[in-house]
Design a protein around this ligand. Structure first.
Ligand code: SAM
Ligand code: SF4
Length: 334
């Protein structure tokens, strides 16, 4: 059997997130500037190359594959790729095939995703107010996303909402969003805004709403019960006694989750980032294109994993953005 991927800090790498495009039909204010220059198409891995690359990771022990972007569902023929990846579910090598999406194309693709073996989908949604949604996504339309969520649930996909906590923006909607998710049996995870990429005139410190504060606000209305920390991922979970629902917190800034990190990220150009919060990366496209021999690719993957750093250096504690990384979140897919 092939030896699994183990990094220098003895963490086994079981989780791969792949950004299949840097393009998006939205321009969320914390993620992109309004005028983005996207990569030339020739730099992108083809769907066949993405298949070869993901399959190599699966052979090396990756059990969970999350497709992201940019907006993954705007990539042409992306369903061909999902259908191809479902063979690893059928063989039992992959335990989960999933995606993170802004929901704009879910109405069109929910049934196909379910047919390809996807069972859970993360939908990013920061507000339930139509005007505010248009403001935060710049180009997005809330009704379209809500129809997408309906379609996903109707197709049998379990939906989780990811919301970025934004000061003076969705603070006042905390209870409305909590109740809306409870009424639809949807899990909700809050994410602290991270300092990634140039976002034009937006102010990072001004956007930052600490999840410690968010949790305290929740605790004024609900009985908040901590759940055991058993996911191995960056989110910490609580249950609200009154509604029974689960709420997650992803707090890269106020809580460092690196010691249990089991994941790596690959971009649509075949760069592998072994830490979301560091600049360091390695190129997998050159070995992928240089040879049809998968052993060459596996060696390149192992060499990259050997460089996985211990953790990130994000820090807002001195009221300044420290540890900022230059790429946009849409480059590595969050
Ligand atoms: N377009 C898809 C979506 O929005 O779900 C997938 C890619 S998007 C980059 C993945 C996640 O990253 C989204 O939940 C988004 O809200 C989050 N995100 C983007 N920029 C962020 C930032 N600066 N800090 C924290 N989360 C961010
Ligand atoms: Fe697009 Fe997702 Fe970034 Fe919003 S967060 S601009 S939907 S990639």
């Amino acid at each position: 059997m092939t030896a699994p991927l183990i990094d220098p800090f003895a963490r086994a790498i079981r989780y791969l997130r792949v950004s299949v495009t840097d393009r998006c039909d939205f321009r969320c204010v914390y993620c992109m500037s309004e005028n983005m220059t996207f990569l030339p198409k020739k730099d992108l891995l083809s769907l066949e190359e993405l298949d070869r690359l993901c399959s190599a990771f699966v052979r090396l022990g990756v059990e969970k594959l999350r497709i992201t972007g940019g907006e993954p569902l705007v990539r042409r023929d992306i369903m061909t790729f999902f259908r191809a990846m479902s063979r690893h579910l059928d063989s039992g090598a992959l335990r989960e095939l999933t995606l993170t999406t802004n929901g704009s194309q879910l109405e069109r693709f929910a049934t196909d995703l379910h047919a390809a073996g996807v069972r859970r989908v993360n939908v990013s949604l920061d507000t339930l107010d139509e005007a505010k949604f248009a403001r935060v996504t710049r180009w997005g339309r809330l009704p379209q996303v809500l129809r997408g969520i309906d379609a996903a649930q109707a197709a049998g996909l379990r939906v989780k909402i990811n919301a970025v906590a934004l000061k003076d923006f969705n603070e006042e909607e905390l209870h409305r969003m909590t109740a809306w998710c409870a009424s639809r049996d949807i899990d909700l995870t809050w994410i602290e805004v991270m300092p990634m990429g140039d976002i034009g005139n937006e102010d990072r410190i001004g956007q930052y709403w600490s999840l410690k504060d968010l949790r305290a606000q929740l605790a004024r209305h609900y009985t908040v019960i901590d759940l055991p920390d058993d996911t191995g991922g960056p989110a910490r979970y609580v249950r609200l006694e009154e509604t029974g629902q689960r709420i997650g917190f992803i707090t890269p800034l106020s809580h460092n989750f690196c010691e249990s990190c089991n994941r790596v990220r690959v971009t649509c150009t075949g760069e592998i980032y072994t830490c979301l919060g560091q600049e360091g990366h390695s190129d997998l496209r050159a070995p992928l294109r240089a040879s049809g021999d998968d052993a060459v690719l596996a060696d390149a993957i192992r060499a990259a994993i050997a460089l996985k750093p211990k953790g990130h250096d994000f820090d807002y504690s001195r009221q300044a953005v420290d540890g900022q990384v230059s790429r946009h979140m849409s480059h590595t897919g969050g």
